[in-house]
Every structure is written in C-alpha cells, then in structure tokens.
Design a protein around this ligand. Structure first.
Ligand SMILES: Cc1ncc(COP(=O)(O)O)c(C=O)c1O
Length: 410
C-alpha cells in the first residue's frame, strides 16, 4: 500500500457544512411539517440572465459546425474574454494586461492552488475568521503544523478581524511572506478601505511579501469611493495577485468560470535569491495541470461585460443587495448588532450574550426554522458571530426575517 500524504490527517474534518447538514436533517425528520428556509451556504438562486444564456447557446451552436468547431483552446483563456476582462479593469481604474489574466473554472481552485508555486517554508498570514479554503490547502501542502484545541494550526499567522477592530485586518506582529486578504469579505461582509489597502501594499513592499487578494465579491460593492481591485493602489502590481469569479457576480456557481491576475512585476525568489516572475510559474502550473474553460462558458462569461449582460447582472446584484438591506434592517429592529450586508452579500451578526454561535444556530433552526452559518466555523474569532446570506428568494428572505422577529424567544 502506498503511504498517504499525512498532512491531510491534520485537517479538522470538513466539519462546518456537514455538521449543519446533519443538524438540519435531524430537525427536519423530527418536524416534517416545518418549512425550513436556508440562508446558510452562499449559493445564488436567480437563474442566469438571458443575454448570458444566449451567448452560451451561440457558443454551443458554433461547436455543431465544422467551420466553427473548437477543440482545445488556450489554457489561459480565449483572447475575447481576456480583452473584455482587461477592459473592465481599465474602467475601474486598474491597469491589467490581457496576458496577465488566467481564466479558470473557479476561484475556489485558484485560491486553493496558487500556494503551490511557493516554497513550503514561507510564513502564511490569514484573517480569523477566514474562507476555509486558504487554510486547508496550506495544511494539505504541509505548510503548517498540527491544529490546537481551538482549531488554529501551528506556523500560520492569524490576523483577528472582529467588531473591535472594525473587521479591518491588522498588520502581522512578525514578518510573513504570503498574505491572504478577502474583500468584500466572506464571512464578515466587511470591505477594506483604501487606507487599509494602502497600508497592506506598503507592508508587502517593505517586507517583500506577496498579497493574495480574493475579490470574488467585488461586484457587490455599492458605496462610491471604495476600491474594487487591489491594483487601483499604486505599487500593488509589484506585490499582489488578484482572484475574481463570475460565480456570485453573474450566477455562474453551476456554470463555472473565474480568473486570476498575476502582474508581470510580481516576483518570488529562487534558492540563490534570484528574482523569478510569479506569472511565469503560474503559467507553467496552469498549462500543465489545466486544459482551459469550455468555449461556450467563456462566451457566456464575455457576455457579462456586454451592455445587456452587465445590465442584467447588475439587476440580479441589486436584488440580492435589497435582500441584504431587508435582513440588516429586520435584524436591527429585532435588537441584533449587525455588520456587513452593505457592500457584500453576507450579514454578520453578533449572537445574543451568553450564547455560542452553535447555540444560536440551534435556536434559529428550532424556533424560526431558518438555517444560517455559525461564525465559529470560520475560525475561533468567529465565535459569537453568525452569518446569514442574502442569496435567497425575496419571499423567503422576508419570511425568515419575520420569523426571527416574531418567533425567536431571545
Ligand atoms: C471568498 C471566496 N472566494 C472564492 C470562492 C469560490 O468561488 P468559485 O465559485 O469561483 O469557486 C468563494 C465561494 O463561496 C468565496 O466565498
């Protein structure tokens, strides 16, 4: 028998969503009459907008004729999509070239795989609470020690983001090499200010660190003056890599398309200390391990930037953000302290004093028949918080909030 990668044995078994599923199933079988509303997992509910489906269909139609049929495409993505993405960056005030963009089938894979191009002895910093993929993939790679009682792994540097610091990631107390930042944030719903991003870019430049910036939710930013890309900060091109996804932006969670931007100016160093462009390493990795996103899906993704596509996508985002407003307002009236939900589709609420996140989960399910996500599942600093997602149908959101206001006995 071959030996396994024992780093996998350090993983705290995919605990959060299976445990939620188990508790919901147990409740549903004990209360078959209950109509459970799920605001837990952050999946979209609105269908793909018509202009995007039409583009996908046209792409599929081309595959049916010998003149327009396409086999393997460029692993990095078709030029028409790369150009549309680069143009979108320009319209947001960030300079990104088409050959710095790598189209993929998801930001989950990209944020998970990017760490492969770095040595194992780099020190990794990430926020607490955090999108768990950043943590688990570094554990699997062997970049961490064992987890402690609270679920924190040795050798990772955790940056607490709580109400006390306005959910703004503090600079690390010791030098780090790789920093994962996510803004707008899953799970806290917070968005980093220009000042905060400038501080991080300055830190990375001074310390020779690289920022892995997850902007999967940038399209949900509403307030003017907030930055959509880290590349809007002067000097970021030397120290940052950015991830974006069509999943939440345009309803592609089931269709699958995303991209990663690696500017030509961002470098790592080899064993002799010589600078090596990270873009070249990722290009090697991507072309070796990935064979491109399907042509019809890339046609659909390009349609997101067309006038009709972008209007339709914007309407869906407006819909979700109105849900977020309804959740925030309803919870505030019910006496909860709420965060997020203004520039992000997640609402992060403080559970009532004396309760844990899981206590609140059980009460919410038992009394209001609503499912959310316990904050402690995203890290120890998430204890005492709870995430509700604005990705729901309006009538379900309204009913969930009504039930929380009238049926919860807290
Ligand atoms: C912060 C963050 N990054 C990345 C992803 C993954 O997105 P994709 O569907 O592109 O894999 C998610 C999905 O929930 C997310 O919350």
């Amino acid at each position: 028998m071959p030996r396994i990668n024992t780093h996998y044995q350090k993983l705290r078994a995919g605990y959060l969503f299976p445990e939620i599923g188990k508790r919901v199933r147990a409740f549903a079988s004990a209360h078959p009459e209950a109509r459970i509303i799920r605001l837990g997992i952050g999946d979209v509910v609105l269908p793909l907008p018509r202009p995007i489906v039409e583009a996908m269909k046209a792409g599929a139609e081309e595959m049916a004729s010998a003149e327009t049929f396409r086999g393997y495409g460029p692993e990095q993505g078709y030029e028409f999509l790369l150009e549309a993405i680069a143009e979108n960056y320009r319209s947001q005030g960030a300079e990104v070239a088409a050959d710095e963009i790598f189209v993929s089938d998801g930001s989950k894979c990209d944020t998970a795989n990017l760490q492969e191009i770095f040595a194992l002895d780099n020190v990794v910093a990430l926020t607490d609470p955090v999108y768990p993929v950043y943590v688990d993939t570094n554990v699997m790679a062997g970049r961490t020690g064992e987890a402690d009682e609270g679920g924190r792994y040795a050798n990772l540097v955790y940056l607490p983001t709580t109400a006390e610091n306005g959910f703004d990631p503090p600079l690390p107390a010791k030098p780090v090499d790789i920093i994962y930042l996510c803004s707008p944030n899953n799970p806290t719903g917070a968005v980093m200010s220009r000042v905060s991003l400038e501080r991080w870019v300055a830190y990375a430049r001074k310390e020779g660190a690289v920022i892995l910036f997850d902007a999967a939710y940038e399209a949900f930013i509403r307030e003017p003056g907030l930055l959509h890309s880290i590349f809007e900060i002067p000097g970021a091109r030397e120290v940052a890599i950015e991830f974006r996804s069509f999943s939440k932006t345009a309803g592609f969670t089931g269709t699958r398309c995303a991209f990663t931007v690696i500017p030509k100016e961002v470098y790592g160093r080899d064993a002799s200390g010589a600078p090596i462009p990270l873009r070249a390493l990722w290009n090697r990795r991507h072309t070796t391990k990935f064979n491109g996103v399907s042509y019809p899906v890339q046609k659909a993704a390009a349609a997101v930037f067309s006038p009709e596509g972008s209007a339709a996508v914007q309407a869906n985002i407006d819909y979700y953000m109105e849900n977020a407003r309804i959740i925030r307002a309803g919870l505030a009236v019910a006496g909860y302290r709420v965060y997020g939900g203004v520039n992000a589709p997640y609402i992060w609420l403080r559970v009532p004093a004396g309760m844990t996140s899981w206590d609140f989960f059980d009460r919410l399910l038992g009394e209001a028949h609503v499912v959310g996500t316990p904050g402690s599942g995203f890290g120890s600093c998430g204890e005492g918080y709870f995430r509700l997602s604005a990705f729901g149908l309006r009538e379900n959101i309204q009913e969930a909030i009504e039930r929380i206001r009238t049926k919860m006995k807290i």
